[in-house]
Write a protein that binds this ligand. Structure first.
Ligand code: IPD
Ligand code: CA
Ligand code: CA
Ligand code: CA
Length: 258
């Protein structure tokens, strides 16, 4: 039932995204930071996801980007990004998705990321592997960070951002290592899981950006930590996710220890 609800919730959000995509009358406003956008589609997707979850599990805790916390005394916590890649979405760029992770007693047990535009549905359940559209996926085999294809993201504002995202980016680019920037952390993580990218790092993410993607990477055989190499926690901002083989070297580059 949990899995079914997770899938139904992701599909409900994705349907809303499709409805509003490329709408010429889309209502767009900004949060803190002029390009930190939120649209009516973010709110509508969130509402559709909430309704799906609450119809089955009205007592579960929910943490979601736009609505914040719906606190409940529950072992289960749904961590929701109703649209990850809102700036892309608002510009008609089809690199955006619904991302939902489910925690049980503090452990991520399931994650789903659904991009309805390129028709990619990623799913992972703890201990049971990761899939893309139902087919098993695995991280890449690359073991040399210098030969890797990486991806990163940048915060909307540079206030209170530790450890210099631009500096890390510049180190890689000067060394000739390709670093892409898709604009959706959840897609970044899923594309590491699918072996398209060898590694991803970002300096300032929130729980909803990474909760589902984290589990999808791990279940695809990859590794996810903070910049010190500590196990992933959704509640701290630094994230490094790789195929495992380049992990230590990627952390050295990010931390300027090369
Ligand atoms: C953003 C995206 C982006 C990342 C930002 C996030 P949003 O999420 O994941 O890739 O660089 O840090 O805030 O606002 O589109 O849900
Ligand atoms: Ca996000
Ligand atoms: Ca979002
Ligand atoms: Ca946002």
């Amino acid at each position: 039932m949990l899995k079914e609800t997770l899938i139904n919730a992701a599909e409900a959000g994705a349907k809303v995204m499709q409805h509003y995509f490329n709408s010429t009358s889309l209502l767009i406003s900004n949060k803190e930071g002029i390009n930190n956008l939120v649209t009516e589609a973010d709110h509508a997707s969130e509402k559709a996801i909430f309704e799906t979850i609450k119809s089955q599990f009205p007592d579960h805790f929910i943490l979601s980007e736009e609505a914040g916390e719906i606190k409940m005394d529950s072992e289960y916590k749904w961590i929701i990004d109703p649209i990850d890649g809102t700036v892309n979405f608002a510009h008609g760029i089809p690199i955006c998705c619904v991302s939902i992770g489910l925690e049980h007693n503090g452990t991520m047990i399931m994650g789903a990321v659904l991009n309805p535009f390129i028709k990619e549905y990623y799913f992972a359940e703890k201990g049971k592997g990761a899939t893309l559209n139902g087919e098993s996926i695995h991280v890449s085999m690359e073991s040399d960070v210098m030969k890797s294809c990486l991806v990163t993201g940048f915060p909307y504002t540079y206030v209170n951002v530790p450890n210099g995202p631009l500096e890390a980016f510049s180190r890689f680019i000067r060394a000739g290592v390709p670093v892409r920037r898709l604009g959706s952390a959840a897609m970044d993580l899923c594309w590491v899981a699918a072996g398209r990218f060898d590694g991803f790092y970002e300096h300032k993410l929130n729980a909803w950006d990474s909760a589902a993607g984290y589990l999808i990477v791990e279940e695809a055989g990859g590794k996810v930590t903070d910049f010190e190499g500590n196990p992933y926690s959704p509640y701290q901002p630094h994230i490094a996710a790789t195929n495992g083989k380049i992990h230590d070297d990627l952390l050295k580059w990010v931390n300027d220890k090369v």
